[in-house]
Design a binder for this molecule. Structure first.
Ligand code: SF4
Length: 129
């Protein structure tokens, strides 16, 4: 059985819009590798409210956690509220993506979720294309 991958809920959106850009080249390379694993059929994730697999190589990941803690915790909380999922829940990554589409993207809640993120110009622009 494949090991589950720890994932901050809002990272499901960062993954959806990822286009090879990130906080550093090491981060970007690592993120691409994590995304590849996540797309393997049957791959499960466990939703966490702390540093996850993607954070591991992030330059914002400091000893006491993420330097953007306040903001990312708000984004994670928004995803939890909008999808009805819970922290600690295990879910197939494909199913998580479907839920993000139906409960967030399709009903126009994306901008409310993370509009003040530094990367929003990429993701929100793509969404409007
Ligand atoms: S900014 Fe914070 S939440 Fe985002 S990848 Fe880096 S450590 Fe993780």
């Amino acid at each position: 059985m494949m090991d589950e991958i720890l994932l901050r809920p809002h990272h499901a959106l960062c993954i959806r819009f990822f286009e090879g850009k990130g906080y550093s080249s090491e981060f970007t390379k690592h993120m691409a590798g994590v995304i590849e694993k996540l797309h393997k059929p049957g791959q499960c994730v466990a939703l966490v409210d702390k540093e996850d697999e993607i954070c591991k190589k992030c330059p914002n990941h400091l000893e006491d956690g993420c330097s953007q803690k306040r903001k990312v915790q708000r984004y994670d909380g928004n995803v939890i509220d909008m999808t009805g999922l819970s922290y600690g829940e295990r879910i197939d990554f494909g199913k998580l993506q479907d839920l993000m589409e139906s409960r967030i993207m399709a009903v126009g809640r994306f901008r409310d979720l993370c509009g003040d993120c530094g990367w929003a110009s990429i993701c929100h622009k793509k969404q409007e294309e």
